[in-house]
Design a binder for this molecule. Structure first.
Ligand code: C2E
Ligand code: MG
Ligand code: MG
Length: 591
């Protein structure tokens, strides 16, 4: 084998000595030698006639010992064969270099030069592209965090099981979802959340057979293929043992973490004959488990499908109602029980159904929260209030505070609260408003106290704790949240005059609120006796309830300029019935 230098030296010697050609040759020689691509020329026996530096490195030569070297036999045979066939060949080759592997794309081309059959080969280094392609391939088919196959892979596997004449092939698909994974992430941080996913995937994977497949299909959701299976009972046993294994604590970074998992299972062919239907049904079964307390497993059944269709119908009609803005507000007065004056009014949203039936929020507010439609709904309520402000002023008085309910989830969402506070400010009368939130909003109370409350304070919007006493954090809410008003839940007020224990609780809430400077409102006063008790035995000044007024639609009030005074007269005349109830005297209500 000849080095490039020698080859060119020979060419130069054969030349007739023209200085310009020699210079050109020397230039070409350098170009050839230093070309980043490997270039070789071989004769019909495969002998190398020319080899530049890059090719020498790729083939494991050093220029100093440019002689035929071991390991080249293969290359020699290949060359001879290509030359015999007379057709060019493109091939991917791997070169083992001192510093690692190199992937080459080599083009061999038989040529005829000066009556000699020669093989010209050039090799380009495609190691980087190859590494990139490999990485792309892995990320398309394997999850980076857990190293489990992705959704695509399991889908392909299931589909191939069904197509291999497998219309009757029995297998199970299980949908797994970690319960409250978001809380784990929020509480322990994302690194721990990730570590939990990895650990959980390992725990699951360990027990599987070669022919089963576990796949991570999104954040905290896994899909498991069990194949082959003999019976539903066998699957149920396996899933039960899996649940037990998953319920054991995880030890991550010194923390002991408990994470339960909800599982829904569908069986092929009983529960569906396509991948999509089977997944959907396993998902429905999982959804049922989530709704019934989590941390368990359920098999799909036909009733779930009907429920899902029902739910879908309700969802669709709610979305449609929001699109068509088919909402209105009913207003209920908050009354000073000592003077019978109206001090405020609460806006309560109502949905006008398809056939004009009015629905109370109990049937749709939670769904609106679940579907992420509640923010829009709350803005619609505010728009409705602004539109009716003149009528509100006429009916309840120009100073009545207007209360709007905000769901706990919204109250903890700084982004929504910022946009809502801005909308309140843009009404031009933000000081008229009060926001009612339940105690659940204070689960993340530092966020509420540090971020949300200042926003509201800045524009003069009041804050009220709704349904107080039945929520999750009653006392700590009172201790930490500087609210303006607390509304004692109706469950304490109903028959209060007959229930000493509720009376005790009421007294405790009352004195706590007085110490913290909050106004107390009794919710849901329905009877004369309840009111009489509040008046005689407590210092509570304000109440709301059917006894005074049901929530009313403003447009239903008779058009009269004196509606406000009518309402007061109305309340006053009721008040007259109980202002001095005879039986109260000496009946033993004590403060
Ligand atoms: P809430 O804020 O505690 O409102 C009081 C609920 O009790 C209202 O029910 C009201 O009609 C009812 N009520 C008032 N006085 C009495 C009474 O004397 N006896 C009885 N039995 N009930 C009485 P409504 O309008 O069905 O609203 C239910 C809940 O829906 C509200 O409870 C509130 O949490 C929610 N809600 C209402 N409007 C909205 C809204 O615009 N946005 C949000 N996020 N939630 C709303
Ligand atoms: Mg309320
Ligand atoms: Mg309430």
């Amino acid at each position: 084998m000849e080095s490039v230098d020698r080859q060119f030296a020979q060419l130069a010697a054969n030349d007739d000595g023209d200085a310009t050609s020699r210079a050109e040759l020397s230039f070409l020689r350098d170009v050839m030698r230093l070309l980043p691509a490997g270039v070789t020329v071989q004769d019909v026996e495969g002998r190398f006639l020319l080899m530049n530096d890059a090719a020498a490195a790729q083939l494991g030569f050093s220029q100093a010992s440019a002689s035929a070297s071991k390991g080249l036999g293969h290359r020699l045979d290949v060359a001879a064969e290509i030359l015999r066939s007379g057709r060019p060949v493109v091939a991917e080759e791997v070169a083992q270099l001192a510093h690692g592997r190199q992937v080459l794309l080599t083009t061999h081309r038989p040529v005829r030069i000066a009556d000699r059959d020669l093989l010209l080969s050039s090799s380009a280094d495609i190691s980087e592209q190859k590494a990139f392609e490999d990485q792309l391939f892995r990320s398309a088919f394997y999850d980076e965090l857990t190293d489990l196959p992705t959704r695509r892979v399991i889908e392909h596997r299931v589909k191939s099981l069904m197509s291999s004449d497998g219309s009757l092939e029995r297998f199970a698909l299980a949908f797994l979802d970690i319960d409250n994974f978001k809380h784990i992430n929020d509480y322990y941080g994302h690194a721990t959340g990730d570590a939990l996913l990895v650990e959980l995937a390992r725990r699951l994977d360990r027990e599987l057979r070669e022919s089963d497949m576990l796949s991570r299909i999104s954040g905290d959701e896994f899909l498991l293929l069990l194949h082959p299976i003999q019976s539903a009972d066998e699957v149920a046993d396996f899933i039960r043992s899996m649940l037990r294994r998953l319920a054991a604590p995880f030890f991550i970074d010194g923390s002991e973490i408990f994470a339960s998992t909800s599982i829904g299972v569908s069986l092929h062919p009983e529960h569906g004959r396509s991948y999509d239907v089977l997944c959907q049904n396993a998902d429905l079964a999982m959804y049922r488990v989530k709704n019934e307390g989590k941390g368990a497993a359920a098999f799909f059944d036909a009733a779930m499908e009907r429920e899902a269709q029902e739910r879908m119908k309700v969802e669709q009609s709610l979305r449609q109602a929001i699109l068509e803005k088919r909402f209105c507000c009913a207003f209920q007065a908050k009354v000073d029980i000592r003077t019978q004056q109206i001090m405020g009014v609460e806006a309560l949203v109502r949905l006008r159904g398809d056939e004009g039936v009015i629905q109370a929020p109990g049937s749709f507010v939670n769904l609106a929260v679940e579907l992420g439609l509640i923010d829009e709904l709350t803005h619609l309520v505010l728009t409705e209030i602004v539109k009716s402000i003149d009528l509100i002023n006429e009916t309840f008085g120009p100073k009545a505070v207007i209360s709007i309910n905000v769901a706990a989830k919204q109250a903890g969402n700084a982004e929504f609260m910022r946009s809502f506070a801005q909308a309140l400010e843009e009404t031009g009368f933000p000081r008229r408003f009060m926001i009612e939130v339940t105690e659940d909003a204070f689960v993340t109370k530092t966020l509420f106290q540090d971020e949300i409350l200042p926003m509201l304070r800045k524009i003069g919007v009041g804050i009220s704790i709704d349904d107080f006493g039945v929520g999750y954090s009653s006392l700590s809410a009172l201790a930490d949240i500087t609210a303006d008003e607390i509304k004692i839940d109706r469950s304490f007020i109903t028959d209060i005059h007959k229930r000493p224990r509720s009376q005790g609780i009421l007294r405790a809430i009352e004195s706590l609120s007085a110490a913290l400077g909050m106004t107390v409102i009794a919710e849901g006063v329905e009877s004369f006796e309840e009111l009489a008790y509040l008046q005689a035995a407590t210092k509570i000044r304000y109440a709301q309830g059917f006894y005074f007024s049901r929530p009313i639609f403003l447009e239903e009030l008779k058009p009269a300029t004196s509606a406000y005074s009518d309402a007061r007269v109305n309340l006053a005349s009721r008040a007259a019935q109980y202002s001095r109830p005879n039986y109260l005297r000496g009946d033993g209500y004590r403060r």
